[in-house]
Ligand binder design. Structure first.
Ligand SMILES: Cc1cc2nc3c(=O)[nH]c(=O)nc-3n(C[C@H](O)[C@H](O)[C@H](O)COP(=O)(O)OP(=O)(O)OC[C@H]3O[C@@H](n4cnc5c(N)ncnc54)[C@H](O)[C@@H]3O)c2cc1C
Length: 354
């Protein structure tokens, strides 16, 4: 992996796992068996362990490699389909994902349903041959560059229990009745989108799992979404550059600050790897995953602040300045995407109280 990364062909970026979208890089990675690597061989995977996958992810993140194109499919949509999908769905999507040729977005958030995800209003009405979708999703990362989106919809009317009546559908983002409108990030890059459905017909066989079981399925997806090393390594390239800038003698303040960061990093790593092991064992470590994301995203923001205090950005080298600018521009999203930290702490508090 390190030899492959040393071949280059990309520029190291902060937050590259969500903003470094490079389909060609994803395909090169897939050719070497590093996409879908834990999946069964019959679906294009390599049957490697979660721990081996973890080692690959860490190397990619540490290098700031542009992995965003396949990240969602590899991290959560593939496992979701393996768990809940039909045999036809697995055969249709998993091998193409593992070749780095089929990219997925996440269609959860809506204009009035973010933290309170169960209040989604996008409806899917059963019609002959499938489902008719109407509604709007928002903040959908890379919908304008992805092929499909796993979409959380309401398939029966809102009742007393808001967690009932939700379902997940695979929606073709280029299909009729689907409009994808890019929204720019602070940096001016197109990143996320508004996705509008106007009588969009989704074939019957694109329902994932059981009708009405969407809440249970989507929450199981969140443990994959929240617990990986990307939740604390988004700014790792800046940390490496900070160490380089300070040189072999960082001074007492520098040594203390860097030591404290490395101590926390190794604790986060232990926690995140433990979640990976539990996922492999078929458990649902939602509380632990929420902890990784809450502690991890605060850590990756502190890296930015520590870098600023130790290395005055104006006097630093070009690489530091570039990574610092990227980290500052992307940091506001760290504690929002994938569930805000306030919501995650609620999950942890409720879990500990049980
Ligand atoms: C970079 C980025 C990429 C994203 N990509 C995707 C994507 O691909 N797909 C997708 O579906 N979504 C995506 N999102 C959306 C993200 O999941 C939501 O922004 C997030 O869940 C928060 O929802 P909201 O923006 O509606 O904020 P709100 O839910 O309106 O929250 C606003 C504020 O109120 C606080 N708050 C809300 N409820 C409570 C409560 N009960 N207790 C305490 N505080 C509370 C929140 O913590 C937050 O600070 C992305 C977001 C970002 C920033």
């Amino acid at each position: 992996m390190r030899a492959f990364l040393a071949e280059g062909g990309f520029e190291t970026h902060c937050d590259a796992w969500l903003s470094g979208h490079d389909p060609e890089f994803s395909r090169r990675l897939a050719e070497r068996g590093w996409v879908g690597m834990t999946w069964p061989k019959r679906y294009g995977g390599q049957e490697r362990s979660q721990l081996e996958r973890y080692a690959v992810l860490e190397e990619l993140l540490a290098a700031g490699a542009p992995v965003a194109a396949h990240w969602i499919a590899d991290r959560q949509t593939g496992p979701l389909l393996l768990h809940y999908g039909t045999e036809a769905q697995r055969q249709e999507f998993l091998p193409a994902m593992a070749r780095g040729e089929c990219f997925f977005g996440i269609g959860m958030s809506e204009p009035d349903a973010g933290s309170d995800l169960a209040s989604v209003r996008t409806t899917a009405r059963r019609v002959e041959g499938g489902w008719l979708l109407n509604g709007t999703k928002v903040w959908t990362s890379h919908a304008h560059r992805s092929h499909f989106m796993i979409t959380l919809v309401r398939t029966s009317a809102l009742g007393e229990d808001r967690h009932q009546g939700l379902s997940q559908l695979v929606v073709d983002l280029r299909g009729p009745g689907v409009s994808v409108r890019p929204i720019e990030l602070l940096t001016g890059e197109p990143h996320f989108n508004e996705v509008v459905f106007q009588d969009a017909l989704v074939p019957e066989e694109r329902l994932v799992g059981a009708e009405g079981d969407g809440w249970r399925q989507v929450t199981s997806e969140l443990a994959y979404e929240r617990s990986g090393p990307e939740r604390f390594l988004s700014t790792f390239p800046l940390l490496v550059e900070t160490v380089r800038e300070l040189g072999p003698d960082p001074g007492e303040a520098g040594a203390r600050a860097l030591g404290a960061l490395y101590g926390r990093l190794s604790a986060l790593r232990g926690l995140s790897m433990d979640v990976a092991r539990r996922l492999e064992a078929g458990e649902a470590p939602n509380l632990e995953a929420a902890l990784v994301k809450d502690l991890g995203t605060r850590f990756e923001r502190e890296v930015v602040e520590t870098a600023r205090l130790l290395v005055p950005p104006d006097s630093a080298g070009e690489a530091f300045q570039r990574l610092y600018r990227q980290a500052v521009a992307h940091a506001p999203g760290f504690t929002l995407r994938g569930g805000t930290n306030e919501i995650l702490r609620g999950i942890v508090a409720r879990g500990l109280g049980r």
